[in-house]
Design a protein around this ligand. Structure first.
Ligand SMILES: [Zn+2]
Length: 252
């Protein structure tokens, strides 16, 4: 088994551990780019916490990206997901394969993890939506999850969601000159875009802590947001860049 597939299986187990409350049952999915025009993505219907290497499908990235441009019926989407596999013996890829291909291509990620984090759903599925995550409450979030987060409104999972994500990734890159580390999907959950499996795990853990901190603030009068200038300063500080490398095991 390849090192990447082994690491992807471990990452999935880490994200699917029930006590972490990031994903239960069939929720969430993971992917890893192989750098040869293909990527591994979770098979449809399998559970992150119990994933076996043979429950991932390896798919052709270009074909998946091209299909996002097309109008297709539900049946055509399912037929395509079968057809984009490298080997027909591999499992049926997740319907979020399109979203993963976009994060790996336009988002600049090498590893992607998506969960339905309980603490984040308390906010993303509330009347507040993604709004509380648009400003910062403490420095470590900026270091791990990025100075800015990408956001998409609720849209039907599959092709329609992929197109919304494509639009947001293009907008984000134009606005900030790089891809996001964290994409928030309203009424759905977070997506972490990392350069390593470790980075994906860290982003999702920190995003969970961020949401839990926000959820606990009602008693104390709501968040006291950092100023934009202070958030910018943390984002640019050299010692934070060093810390980011230490924490993420990847590029600052
Ligand atoms: Zn989902």
């Amino acid at each position: 088994m390849s090192e990447i597939l082994k690491e992807l299986t471990t990452l999935s187990h880490d994200l699917g551990r029930e006590d972490r409350k990031l994903a239960i049952l069939g929720e969430g999915n993971t992917s890893a780019d192989l750098g040869d025009g293909t990527f591994w993505v979770k098979g449809s219907g399998s559970s992150l916490g119990t994933m076996k290497p043979e429950q991932f499908a390896r798919v052709h990235k270009r074909e998946v990206l091209d299909f996002v441009e097309r109008e297709a019926s539900e049946q055509e989407v399912q037929d395509f997901l079968q057809a984009c596999r490298v080997e027909p013996s591999m499992p049926h890829p997740s319907v979020e394969t399109f979203l993963h291909a976009l994060c790996l291509e336009l988002g600049g990620a090498k590893w992607v993890g998506h969960t339905h984090t309980e603490s984040m759903l308390s906010i993303l599925a509330s009347k507040a939506g993604a709004e509380p995550f648009l400003r910062h409450i403490y420095p470590d979030v900026i270091v791990v999850c990025g100075r800015h987060v990408a956001v998409v409104p609720y849209v039907d999972p599959g092709l329609e969601l992929a197109r919304a994500v494509r639009g947001e990734l293009i907008r984000f890159r134009e606005a900030h000159g790089k891809g996001p580390k964290l994409l928030l999907m309203v009424n759905h959950g977070p997506v972490a875009l990392g350069q390593s499996a470790r980075e994906v795990f860290n982003i999702l853990l920190m995003a969970d802590k961020w949401a839990r901190a926000l959820n606990g603030m009602g008693t104390w009068g709501g968040p006291q947001y950092m100023s934009e200038a202070d958030a910018d300063r943390i984002d640019k500080r050299l010692d934070e860049a060093f810390r980011r490398r230490q924490i993420l095991g990847g590029k600052p």
